[in-house]
Design a binder for this molecule. Structure first.
Ligand SMILES: Nc1ncnc2c1ncn2[C@@H]1O[C@H](COP(=O)(O)OP(=O)(O)OP(=O)(O)O)[C@@H](O)[C@H]1O
Length: 213
């Protein structure tokens, strides 16, 4: 199982599809547009923060169960980033520290294997697409999901800036699986086929080094 990681608009969904096509495996996407809680959360984060988190936790575990049936399946987002996002939301006063602690402990508990269980819930490789803050803003604007726009809610500027900033140390500290970094500013794999080719070659090399391919 390969999982993509990265901030909002980093290009996780696009690279998931590219990579699964390249490897001939199945891609798993969390449907953002069908998420009933997300627009409510953006409108009232304090009220819906914890509910959104439980919603994502449930959906991502469902995805992991399905994806674990095939060796090099690709998931468009890792479950571990939710903890980063929820902790940040708690630090910003949109959830309590107790909610964030309980959530983190539930996640840890859920991700552990039962003593005699064979299948691993953790990925074989995490690929982090790192984008700068200006690129992140540009992509969010370009994609145009109404509730994500800074024009709709100027407070989102700080939220996005803080999130982008936290991703760097999150990736440095991530130890749940092997990992690799893709510079999403340098390689625009969505619009430039040559960049896409380079990124796929980099991933192939990493998979070979890990004896996964
Ligand atoms: N754990 C979470 N807590 C709060 N909001 C979240 C969480 N996970 C995802 N979101 C929100 O869900 C939306 C989709 O996020 P996500 O980054 O997974 O997809 P995306 O923006 O389509 O990314 P990409 O362009 O890289 O495919 C964003 O508005 C994001 O803020």
């Amino acid at each position: 199982m390969i999982v993509l990681a990265g901030t909002i608009g980093a290009g996780k969904t696009s690279l998931t599809q590219l990579l699964a096509d390249h490897l001939g495996t199945k891609a798993y996407f969390e449907s953002v547009d069908d998420n009933p809680i997300l627009p409510l959360f953006y409108k009232d984060p304090q009220k819906y923060g914890f509910l959104l988190q439980i919603y994502f936790l449930n959906r991502r575990l469902e995805e992991i169960k399905a994806a674990s049936l095939q060796k090099l399946s690709v998931l468009d987002r890792s479950i571990f980033e939710d903890d980063l996002m929820f902790r940040m939301n708690a630090d910003l006063g949109r959830a309590t520290e107790t909610e964030a602690d309980i959530y983190a402990s539930l996640l840890k508990n859920m991700m552990e294997k039962l003593p005699n269980q064979q299948t691993e819930k953790k990925p074989d490789l995490l690929i982090h697409i790192q984008v700068s803050f200006p690129t992140m803003l540009e992509r969010i604007k370009k994609r145009g999901r109404a509730y994500e726009q800074i024009e709709t809610d100027p407070a989102l500027y700080n939220y996005y800036q803080e999130l982008n900033h936290r991703y760097t140390s999150w990736y440095d500290q991530y130890q749940e699986s092997p990992k690799m970094l893709i510079n999403g500013d340098q390689y625009n794999f969505v619009e430039d086929p040559k960049a896409a080719q380079t990124v796929l070659e980099m991933i192939d090399e990493k998979l070979s080094a890990l004896n996964l391919k």
